[in-house]
Design a protein around this ligand. Sequence first.
Ligand code: HEM
Length: 138
Amino acid sequence: MATTAPERSHDAPPATPFERIGGHAGLKAIVERFYDLMDSDPAYAPLRAMHAPDLAPMRHSLASFLAGWSGGPRAWWDANPGKCMMSAHSGFAIDRAVADQWAEAMRRAITDAAPADREIADAMGDVLVRMAKGMARG
Ligand code: HEM
């Protein structure tokens, strides 16, 4: 009995946010811009001061975290089993001002990196901003 192959568009799994944002290259463009802004704009000096002098490990960690978080390769998660990002920040003195700096720098980084799929970029930005603001105490 002949079978009809389903249309490819029905068969293929939907693209993950990781794929839509441009994979590792897309995330790297955002993360590099984020830490360049944090490192150079005096508006983010308090946020910058909380971080180690060398931002290279953070550039790697955040990009790797975001890859797994958005449905891509889970290297960061495999290296940090059970680690909760919100709890991991509970030891830092994050007030509303510094959380706003993180959120603003991330929004600017997304705009400047100019991902082709702006819809998914903005959706990811919205959630990251909520996470950052949720980390503020006081
Ligand atoms: C609310 C504002 C935030 C502040 C002030 C902040 C601050 C920090 C600081 C001081 C560190 C350690 C840096 C170092 O050792 O040089 C860190 C680590 C990190 N943060 Fe944040 N952070 C914020 C929000 C976020 C958000 C929203 C995310 C994720 C979406 C995030 C992801 C990370 C990652 C992945 C690490 C490295 C941890 C690891 O890989 O073990 N941060 N953060």
